[in-house]
Structure formats: structure tokens, C-alpha cells
Design a protein around this ligand. Sequence first.
Ligand SMILES: Nc1ncnc2c1ncn2[C@@H]1O[C@H](COP(=O)(O)OP(=O)(O)OP(=O)(O)O)[C@@H](O)[C@H]1O
Length: 307
Amino acid sequence: MRSEPAVEVRGLSKHYPNGVRAVDSISLTVQRGEVYGFLGPNGAGKTTTARMLLGLITPTSGEVSVLGRAPGDPEALARIGALIEGPGFYPFLSGRDNLRVLARYARVDRARIDEVLAIVDLSDRAGDKFSGYSLGMKQRLGVAAALLKDPDLVILDEPTNGLDPAGMRDMRGLIRSLGDEGRTVVLSSHLLREVQQVCDRVGVINNGTVLTESTVADLRGAAELRVTTTEPKRAIQVVQSLPEVSDVAVDDDTLRLSVDESHTAYVNRALVESGIDVLELRREERELEDVFFELTNTEATKEPSHV
Ligand SMILES: Nc1ncnc2c1ncn2[C@@H]1O[C@H](COP(=O)(O)OP(=O)(O)OP(=O)(O)O)[C@@H](O)[C@H]1O
């Protein structure tokens, strides 16, 4: 039997008095132990949703259950760690002293401070003032703070925002390791590749509406086979006659087709036996960003290509 989801949202809306429908009747489910990507462009409604999950703002309508409880329920909050819109710390205190303040407030054993500093790889710089930290270190301290209570559920809102490529890579590794430890992670992000690299499942949100919810693999769809030939027109006829092949498209001299990987050699043979020279045959997975464009017909933010 499947265990109760970590997060269950049904028909959730947040409409502001100024008429903005920040979140408009969304439904989503985060299973326990998965790293769930909440993917959408800026202004899509991710932060508003995260705030409602934590009980920081009240929904206009809809149902929310977080770790089996209502948002803001103290017992659930004790098992949730969150980093929403950048961490707030005392600039003149060291990273470790900032965590001490929080640990005392949350009644967490002080021994946990060194554990979380080690998890986010800040042990060596824990005695330095927060004001001297790089943005990446500040964000990692924010994650350390979120981990103080050894939470079952970690909610991270755009944790790589503003980080340089190395900082982003470190943060992604950290998020993945939280998932590998068996924690449930909700990662909100506008970066398609980030979600693709780190998450098990993804909910795509735009204009306050969830467009789709699926595994990253399903969202990307089956890998395409790309076949470059000297005679694309004739090649189309040949592949279209094969029952194993579907969705044939053509760009210049390259055919794109959906076919199970096990039939790659069979497609090649069919073309060659029809006297068509195959110049190149390769399988290519769709990027999540292609899928995103299809779903939203909007310009989503592409990550800088050097990352
Ligand atoms: N307090 C508020 N009053 C009115 N409108 C708001 C308020 N908070 C957010 N909004 C609007 O709601 C919409 C969703 O905002 P939200 O911050 O949830 O999006 P987001 O997906 O987190 O984007 P970003 O990554 O830019 O923070 C935006 O149009 C925003 O301007």
C-alpha cells in the first residue's frame, strides 16, 4: 500500500485583493521520499504556493495537507524545513552563531549545528561572519538552517537564484543528496535544466495554473531517433510503412521519429535495403525546456549555456 503523500493540494487558489489570481485552483501531489520540482517562470505562483504550504498565507479556497496535517500545524512544522526567498541572518554573527540562535529558538540540540554545517559543506567557514559569505555560502547556510530540525520535508524556493555556476552545481548536489537520504524535497525553480537534473517528478506551473504533473522521464517523452539520409523524401515513405514507427517529422535531410530503442537497427536495415544511404543515426532525448515551450507557448528562462 502506498503511504500517505507528503503534500496533497486540491483546488488551491490565492486571489489577492488587487485582482491578481496568483494561484488558481491548482492540484498536485508530492509523494514521500521524492524530489519534486515545481517548475515555472517568474511570477507563475510558486512562492505563493510555497507560502500556503507553510501556513504563512491563507488560501482563498482549496484543500492542503502537508505531512498529513493542515498548513501551519505545529506538529507538521516541526518536521518541515524551508528556505523561502533567501535566508534572513544576522550579518555581524558567524554562520555557526546564526545557527545557534535558530537552534535555541527551535529547541534543537547544539550538536546538530555541526552536523548541518558539514552537510552543506560550510564547516571550514562556520566561524566567519555571515556578511563576508558569498551568495552561494549564504544560500547553503539557509539550507543548513532548514535542516536543523532534521526535517522529513524540505521546501526550497529558488535556492540557486543568483548563484554562479559553481554555486549552482553545489546546491544541486546538495538537493539531490537530501533526496538520496530519503527526505521529501519540494524544489521550486524557473530553471528547466535544474529540475531535469535534480528531480524525480515535476509539476509545471504558469499563470497560477498547473499545466501538467508527471515524472521528468515521462514529460520528456520517449527518446527520438534522428536519421540523416541523402533521400529524406523517400526515407519518410519507408519509415512510415514500418508499424513500429510513429510521429515522423523532417528537418532538411534529417528525419525525427518515435520508435523504441530496440528497433533502431531495424529502421536502419529497412532504409538501407530500400537503397537509401543513412549518413547518421542517433537517439536524442527532448530537453525539458522543449516540453515546457510546448505546454506554455511562452518564453521560459533558459539557464546560461556555460552551466
Ligand atoms: N501580496 C501580493 N499582492 C498582490 N499580488 C501578489 C502578491 N504576492 C504575489 N503577487 C503576485 O502573484 C503572482 C505570483 O507571484 P509568486 O511570487 O507566487 O510567483 P513565483 O512563481 O514565485 O515567481 P518568482 O520566481 O518571480 O517569485 C505575481 O503576479 C505576483 O506579482
